[in-house]
Design a protein around this ligand. Sequence first.
Ligand code: PHE
Length: 342
Amino acid sequence: MQQQLQAVWEQLRIDLCGVQDTAALVQIRVAYLGKKGKVTELLKGLQAVPAEQKKTIGQLINDLKRRAEESIAQTQERLAAEELERKVLSAEKYDVSLPSTEKKGSYHPITLVQRELEDIFHSMGFTVEDFPEIVDDFACFEALNIPKHHPARDMQDTYYLSNGQLLKTHTSAAQNSIMRKYGAPLRAIFPGRCFRNESTDASHENTFFQMEGMMIDKDISISNLIYFMKTMLSEVFQRDVSVRLRPGFFPFVEPGFELDVNCQICGGTGCPSCKHSGWLELCPCGMIHPNVLRYGGIDPDEYTGFAFGLGLTRLAMMKYGVSDIRDFNSGDLASLAQFTAK
Ligand code: PHE
């Protein structure tokens, strides 16, 4: 009799393991605990058991009945939980277990241009420096030969913070601390995000990226500046480019220039992108002002250097033919996903 009880119990466990829905569970319940169920039949069979064993066997059968009820109730809970999970997943309309058919993520075009430039400058012996976006007035202006009330401050509409600090308006804000960190001789580039309180249109953004570079050593001259700029741009555009310098005013360089590159869209013959001039304005630069070297702890009688502030965003527009600067910050994945590393 006891073996029979054990066999019923084991069979019930097997049946419950395989059950997938409530209807099947109802059938199992009937098959074991219903009027003609296996456990009920056992109880009925108790009549035939000799009187002295009745009590023990009766207890065993009742115990089996209790365990059967408990197991069926637990299975009912499992089925309910599975049902709920199925409902949630079908409401989300995707199957998390399926492999993705979507395109993988891609790098932002500005990141691509930045990394490419980092590689190029790295191969020319420049280190790549990181710099915070929040700086103080000294770093952004004073140390760059732009004292308080200097008209040049009006060229950069600055976002000031309530604690007197500000969002850096140009990557030149890192010049002083990098000079102090390394001294001379020095070759460094420092890419970063810059902020200016400007109204936006197709060619203006209040948030944009620049890549600053500095080279300081004995006898550095304008020809070094031209050489490095030409080499860098030829690498970026994968062809020989022509550059020209026009005078430009920045208090932290003397002399200061605007560096133009021959239009990469029409090749210099003239098109709407270069306003039919054949040249695109790309990079302000110049020879570092002696005062700026002095603020950085470098003796201007011994060392000279050049600095440039390449517009990374502008370069990315040129390289990828993006006509509206606002596309870069739009977060529109469909348009950003077009760009892939070379
Ligand atoms: N910091 C200047 C700007 O953003 C650009 C610049 C950098 C000019 C380095 C000269 C030298 O306007």
